[in-house]
Ligand binder design. Structure first.
Ligand code: PMP
Length: 425
């Protein structure tokens, strides 16, 4: 636990004076239990160290970017080498073309790539491309799905005006009838259907994509001429080495990527099929840092590891061990813990925990035992994790469940509504 005189507390106080709200976005003050550190010093492999020197096995992986572990030597060596040659230059290096070739070689629906910095850049560019391609306005997307922090899609719409959100119809993920109704409502103005690879909304159980839903989304796009967009920003390369809906036999026209693309270095991408090439070439998109060469060098190494190693099979197996071990320990302690989503991106929610008091207590107890988990957002496994790490997490869980059992009767409620209105990532 962070003590009253900890460096973290001191930094929080200083931040409160110079950073609005003390922190913003997904790390905003109050979104996590109070004893969670806000400030970190370093990361290596599967671990992070907070500013008070405490080490944690990190099941957040920076909210996804760390796929091969922090400070991965081959990836970071490529990054540093390119920094020495040049990073932000007047134009891109040859790495940009190599990277577009590598990605279009790996992602079966993709014939071209545009690189950017954040996932939000890529999803917003998907929207603009679809509107340019169709010369229509309306986008259909699922309620509760996160696509970034731009005014058109941000979850906490303070400061957003109605016109920023215009021409959008929300449906229920995996619900074919609601998708059809939304498309019918869009009429002849449908530009795009956006879909998450699976339901990975915060606060609620995750769900695999229903094949019927994915196929219907494809059919509706084909029938209307709208573009199908799969937002791989969070799940990219953690489910498959291709676009994840290829596992369902459904190919989108556009897919947005980010987070782990360069294993934590700032890079995202919009990938597209030939059909949308002309529209993509017609829109004006750029940024001062979008041609940076060092993240592209890191991405080429990351993609090489994606292609050449068994990271995916290993993290899937480790995730399976974690899930089975947690299940056993939760049951033994008398808790009904719902674990949902793919093994490599788990979410834990307790039954009978509407205001998350059990989840917060369990997470705090895990943290106290050196394991950083999240009480309401999906987590991530990375390839730097080992069987010993999973065993350590399970040992921690055994202690955390026992501590939760002791404290459960007196736990104070957590104001979940405050979190919801503060906006989930
Ligand atoms: N789409 C999804 C599915 C995401 O999870 C996120 C980030 N959590 C984004 C888009 C936005 O990415 P970024 O934060 O890099 O802008």
């Amino acid at each position: 636990m962070a003590g009253a005189n900890s460096r973290d507390r001191e930094l929080r106080e200083r931040a409160a004076a110079v950073i609005p709200g003390g922190m913003y976005g997904h790390q905003s003050v109050g979104l996590l239990p109070d004893d969670y550190p806000q400030f970190f010093e370093r990361g290596e492999g599967a671990h992070i160290w907070d500013v008070d020197g405490r080490r944690y096995l990190d099941f957040m992986c920076a909210y996804g970017p760390s796929l091969f572990g922090y400070a991965q030597p081959e990836i970071d060596a490529a990054y540093v080498r390119q920094l020495g040659l040049g990073d932000t230059l007047t134009g891109p290096t040859a790495l940009m073309v190599e990277l577009a070739e590598a990605l279009t070689g790996m992602v079966s629906h993709a014939d071209w790539a545009i690189f950017c910095k954040n996932g939000t850049d890529a999803t917003t560019m998907a929207l603009t491309t679809a509107r340019a391609h169709t010369r229509r306005r309306t986008v259909v997307r699922a309620k509760g799905a996160y696509h970034g922090a731009a005014p058109w899609c941000v979850t906490r719409p303070t400061g957003v005006i109605e016109s920023d959100r215009a021409h959008q119809i929300l449906c229920d993920y995996n619900d074919v009838a609601s998708l059809e109704a939304a498309v019918a409502e869009a009429g002849d103005d449908l530009a795009a259907i956006f879909a998450a690879p699976f339901k990975h909304d915060a606060f609620v159980d995750q769900a695999e994509p229903d094949i019927a839903y994915a196929r219907r989304a494809r059919e509706l796009c084909d029938r209307t001429g709208a573009l199908l967009v799969v937002d791989e920003v969070r799940a990219g390369f953690r489910l498959t080495r291709d676009c994840s809906w290829s596992r369902l036999g459904v190919q989108p026209d556009l897919s947005s990527w980010g987070k782990c693309l360069a294993n934590g270095h700032p890079l995202s991408a919009l990938l597209g099929a030939d059909k949308a090439r002309k529209a993509a070439a017609s829109i004006y998109v750029t940024g001062s840092f979008w041609y940076q060469a060092a993240p592209m060098a890191a991405a080429l190494q990351t993609l090489r590891l994606v292609r050449e190693t068994d990271y995916l099979e290993r993290i899937t197996a480790l995730g399976g061990e974690l899930r089975a071990g947690l299940d056993e320990r939760a049951k033994a302690a008398g808790f009904s813990l719902r674990q949902s989503g793919p093994e490599v991106m788990p979410l834990f929610l307790f039954d009978d925990d509407p205001d998350l008091r059990k989840g917060f207590c369990f997470s705090s107890e895990m943290l106290a035992r050196g394991v950083y988990v999240h009480p309401w957002h999906n987590m991530f496994l990375c390839a730097a994790m080992t069987e010993a790490d999973i065993a350590a997490a399970l040992d921690a869980a055994e202690g955390a469940f026992a501590a939760l059992k002791r404290q459960a009767p007196e736990l104070a409620p957590v104001d979940k509504l405050a979190f919801l209105s503060a906006g989930a990532r």
